[in-house]
Design a binder for this molecule. Structure first.
Ligand SMILES: NC(=O)c1ccc[n+]([C@@H]2O[C@H](COP(=O)([O-])OP(=O)(O)OC[C@H]3O[C@@H](n4cnc5c(N)ncnc54)[C@H](OP(=O)(O)O)[C@@H]3O)[C@@H](O)[C@H]2O)c1
Length: 338
């Protein structure tokens, strides 16, 4: 994300009137590091930042003080997924919104566990809570419905939303072992920190819950989604299916039933004519069933990690442009602090 921000720095300034400094970075290992004057990219890329943190970081022990010292206008939150309660991302985002910063996350946890609370908090604070990268790595899904498809009725959707299992299934069909296939997904950086979240269908279930919660307006937590992962699938079964012109895929489905949503994640054997069967590698697909567009399909072919970063950057532009403190029609006097 930092590399992408700096790569697009001139376009952000010249085309959108947005200037920024990175004034803070934090992780479990690094601790809370802040410098309101700005941290250099080379420092962020190296271990030096934790070995010799800026003086302003001394004594920082929590997210509230860190945001205050960094004088943050925008928080980018990208901690690991916590399926049970969305923490610590929920607390990080809440602290940002209460402290007057926009909150942008790639983390699905706070979306399924605290969407309404954080949305309302953002609205009351006049800030943005944005999460485009949480599902399909930054492909504009949430903003598509929010900004471009007003009063459209979403009846349901189906899709393949977990890259790690899609890579594993493709590799195993081609003869690789389960362990080697998982190692490939991990080397590409797409697997969750705890890969059992992918393999057991939790990541896909959280994405389904996030889409149902936000796009269908039905608060849904992952434990309410019928879920079966890919552990029980054998390589022999997958190869046999492929020889008969069919493929196993971990398929997500959700359907509105009255005021509720019925949803499931499970391996399905698909005919080769199904667009979902043609998906390989880290690709994702989603088919929305709406009252106007019966089958609105979005496919993302083999995205890299920069796609997730791009979703956060696009949210950053949305947040900056919505901010009454900035006048993006001319160069702002004070750079945004990210
Ligand atoms: N990678 C993708 O393709 C992708 C795509 C879309 C969405 N996402 C989402 O983006 C988020 C990050 O993914 P990732 O692949 O970058 O994960 P990752 O490689 O595991 O990185 C997670 C980061 O969060 C930090 N962290 C974890 N728990 C923390 C805590 N309690 N306090 C402070 N820092 C903490 C870690 O710090 P330490 O290293 O210091 O422990 C690490 O820097 C996840 O929620 C994931 O679901 C990822």
């Amino acid at each position: 994300l930092v590399r992408l921000l700096h790569g697009r720095e001139r376009e952000l300034r010249d085309c959108h009137g947005i200037q920024f400094h990175v004034t803070g970075i934090a992780s479990r290992r690094l601790g809370w590091i802040a410098d309101p004057a700005g941290l250099s990219v080379s420092l962020l890329d190296s271990a030096a930042v934790s070995a010799r943190p800026p003086a302003a970081s001394r004594d920082l022990t929590n997210v509230r003080d860190w945001l205050r010292v960094a004088r943050a206008d925008v928080l980018f939150e990208a901690t690991s997924l916590n399926v049970e309660n969305g923490q610590p991302a929920r607390d990080h985002i809440r602290a940002a919104l209460l402290g007057g910063a926009h909150a942008i996350t790639a983390n699905k946890g706070p979306v399924v566990h605290a969407y309404r609370e954080l949305r309302d908090l953002a609205k009351n604070a006049g800030r943005q809570f944005l999460f485009e990268s949480a599902v399909m790595d930054g492909v504009p899904i949430f903003s598509l419905f929010r900004d471009n498809l007003p009063v459209l009725h979403l009846r349901g959707f189906r899709g393949i939303l977990n890259s790690t299992t899609n890579i594993i299934l493709s590799e195993m069909e081609a003869g690789s072992s389960f362990a080697a296939s998982l190692a490939k997904a991990q080397a590409l950086g797409v697997a969750e920190t705890d890969a059992s979240y992918d393999i057991d269908g939790w990541d896909a279930a959280v994405k389904v819950a996030a889409l149902a919660t936000v796009l269908m307006g039905i608060p849904t937590t992952p434990d309410r989604i019928s879920r079966q992962g890919i552990r029980e699938l054998s390589a022999d079964a997958m190869r046999a299916a492929k020889q008969s012109g069919r493929r196993y895929k971990l398929v997500c489905r959700a359907e509105r039933v009255g005021d509720a949503v019925e949803a499931r994640v499970q391996p399905e054997i698909l005919p080769s004519t199904d667009p979902m069967a043609q998906l390989d590698g880290s690709s994702s697909i989603i088919c929305f069933e709406t009252d106007i567009f019966p089958n609105l399909v979005i496919t993302e072919n083999n995205p890299g990690l920069d796609a997730t970063a791009y979703g956060m950057l696009a949210d950053f532009v949305r947040a900056a442009k919505s901010d009454p403190r900035s006048d993006h029609t001319r160069l702002p006097n004070r750079p945004r602090q990210a």
